[in-house]
Design a protein around this ligand. Structure first.
Ligand code: PLZ
Length: 452
């Protein structure tokens, strides 16, 4: 069954797609509505969606639906299509690899592109020391494996994660994730030996980085004991939790404590990685060199691929056959990753992320001057967010956030919310978006705010 009846009207995706916001029907339009009705019948209710559309093409800074609506993309499929959707180099690499071979299982018959991706990750991740990499399918799977590796290396079991942290939806990563609804509620029991401590949330805790680190370290020492601790895992900028940028000095103090106590420090860069924050990895912003880094999302422009990269002596702790999986480092995903990494390195995308960050922070800052409901604007590069509050009390305003997001959606702008309190709108545009569309997206947000 075809998604729409006249296939000839489906535009090709990629950067040649017309770069325009165009809303020609209510959302969803009739074709999308018919498909979403089938979704409601056929797809499990737990798999929700935030945009009422059915997509037929995407590229540059737009996503086009089955009714011909062209939406401004400020989400990149949750920080995945950073190089741009249907990027020509990625599309060509995927097609060429699919025609060559689609799968052998790297654990059975290895191939070069997996090794190429491992070498690239070893080279690009922070830290001037010998590194190794293992590839997997999803961010959650990378996190699971980083914990396995850290436990094997240290011979210890406990793992520390942080308030507002997000690490995935599998059993261990649900345990690591802080927020109950929608990620955990009713899905327990969760994996044991996972402990949570407060991190650094300057807008709400008012602590310096050193104070926040001391608070976390005291709790770890008194409630867990360094001798029992295999790993500390943290997102350098917390994504789902609200784009929380820790105060200066927090991350390096935690890293120093881990190093002094033989604890593996894991940076979860699944959302922050690959040029997103205006650096190849967010760890660089804070001057830290994690022992292990988890990556996914932006690495392969939409193909399912994830990695664990880190100190060779830690990565090699797992016995032969101890790490793997049927699809990990699939050849088509590796081909996509090599094309995407080429674009990150050679197409000025780090600089582009910085420019996008400047546009976003300038424009949002100007809106905030006349609207104190914008309590905090924060982030780095093309990973910027606004936290909405009641100006009188500073209390999180989730209702306003939801209303603004809904109005933007109706006007043809893909906008994502996040935050433990549901009061954050986050901007994760593809780095291929033009300034015109980016500014138009912010105009729509400003108008939505006036009406909310
Ligand atoms: N670690 C830091 O951001 C995925 C989740 C979307 P997977 N974030 C988007 C949702 O609601 O499921 C994420 C992340 C960080 C790990 C993950 C998990 O990555 O590829 O979704 O498993």
């Amino acid at each position: 069954m075809t998604l729409i009846d006249e296939t000839s009207t489906i535009p090709a995706g990629g950067p040649t797609l017309e770069q325009v916001r165009r809303v020609v029907t209510d959302l969803p339009g009739p074709r999308s509505a018919a498909i979403l009705a089938r979704k409601a019948e056929a797809v499990a209710a737990g798999v929700a969606h935030s945009m009422p559309v059915s997509v037929v093409a995407a590229g540059g800074g737009v996503v086009v639906d089955a009714d011909g609506n062209s939406l401004i993309d400020l989400g990149s499929g949750i920080a995945v299509t950073s190089v741009g959707n249907a990027h020509p180099k990625v599309a060509a690499a995927v097609a060429a690899q699919a025609a060559q071979f689609t799968h052998t299982c790297f654990m059975v018959s290895p191939y070069e592109s997996y090794v190429d991706v491992a070498e690239a990750l070893n080279r690009l991740t922070p830290g001037d020391f010998a590194k190794k990499t293992a590839l997997f399918n999803s961010g959650a799977e990378a996190v699971e494996n980083a914990i396995k590796i850290a436990r094997k290396h240290t011979g210890r079991q406990a793992v520390v994660a942080f308030d507002h942290g997000y690490h995935g939806r599998t059993n261990l990563t649900m345990a690591l994730t802080a927020k109950s609804m929608p990620y955990k509620s009713g899905f327990g029991p969760f994996a044991p030996e996972v402990y949570r401590v407060p991190g650094s949330y300057p807008y709400r805790d008012g602590l310096t980085g050193a104070e926040a680190a001391a608070r976390a370290i005291t709790l770890i020492e008194k409630q867990i004991g360094a001798d029992n601790l295999a790993a500390v895992i943290i997102e350098p900028i917390q994504g789902e939790g609200g784009f929380i940028v820790p105060a200066d000095g927090f991350l390096d103090a935690v890293v120093a404590w881990c190093r002094a106590n033989g604890v593996v420090f894991i940076a979860d860069e699944v959302q922050t990685g690959f040029a997103r924050t205006g650096t190849m990895f967010a760890s660089e912003i804070f001057g830290i060199e994690p022992d292990l880094i988890t990556t996914a999302k932006g690495i392969a422009a939409g193909l399912p691929l994830a990695g664990v990269t880190g100190r060779a002596e830690i990565m090699d702790a797992a016995h032969a056959g101890g790490l793997g999986g049927t699809y990990g480092g699939n050849p088509i995903a590796c081909a996509a990753a090599l094309a995407a990494i080429d674009a990150f390195e050679n197409d000025g995308l780090i600089e582009r992320a910085q420019q996008i960050g400047a546009v976003l922070t300038d424009r949002l800052g100007a809106i905030r001057e006349n609207d104190p409901r914008l309590g905090d604007i924060r982030g780095h590069g093309a990973m910027i967010a606004v936290e909405f509050v009641d100006p009188e009390t500073g209390a999180p305003d989730a209702a306003l956030t939801a209303a603004v997001a809904k109005a933007c959606v109706a006007e043809g702008v893909i906008i994502l919310t996040c935050g433990t309190f549901g009061n954050v709108i986050r901007f994760l545009p593809p780095l291929s978006i033009g300034d015109d569309l980016l500014n138009e997206g912010i105009d729509v947000l400003a108008t939505a705010l006036q009406g909310a």
